[in-house]
Write a protein that binds this ligand. Sequence first.
Ligand SMILES: C[S@@+](CC[C@H](N)C(=O)[O-])C[C@H]1O[C@@H](n2cnc3c(N)ncnc32)[C@H](O)[C@@H]1O
Length: 200
Amino acid sequence: MSSTIDPLDTHIRDAVASRYSVIGQDPAAEVVIPVGRSWAERLGYPASLIESVPVSALASFTGIGAPALIADLAPGDQVLDLGCGAGLDTVIIARWVAPHGHVHAVDLAPGMIAAARESVRAAGVHNVTVWQAFAEHLPLPDASIDVAVVNGLFNLAPDKIAVASELGRVIRPAGRLLGAEIVITDDRLPQSFDPESWFR
Ligand SMILES: C[S@@+](CC[C@H](N)C(=O)[O-])C[C@H]1O[C@@H](n2cnc3c(N)ncnc32)[C@H](O)[C@@H]1O
């Protein structure tokens, strides 16, 4: 992992924190990024799960897919939900791995962290720790995670190597990583950083 942080990386992470904080607190204001219940339905979350989670978790949902649904989680698993957003996957997973399993939900955006904490409270789950932290510097010990779920974080993180390195550090040997991600195949990317283009 790099020991110094590139100023552009800091700029991008600040833009991500700002944009996703607004989505966490006022999802109806977002007009570019797909958000909310109808998006979760389109991505394949079944009605039985959608009906079982708090409004806060659904309203600010911004996942890219539904990797938690194919994670084959079991009671007792120690799980990382990296880039947890408002906590839809967090709450679903917490119920699956209870009572002895635990979910570490991590996000950098204060507005999303507040929404995730509200989702955890409203869901009545007690086996979750919500961390406001960078994916590039996880507040978790080495080899402490059985399964990591990453639903749409990599495309937003400027230093993807650092994120991958941290995942490699915290997932135990023979542990698993399940993710959903956006892949850009268009080679007409802007030459200079434009905060708005980062979210398209
Ligand atoms: C596309 S959203 C998906 C949120 C959530 N997984 C869901 O399914 O609703 C990605 C999330 O990752 C968070 N994020 C992006 N870059 C991050 C980073 N470097 N460290 C921690 N969180 C980050 C954002 O704040 C945002 O909440």
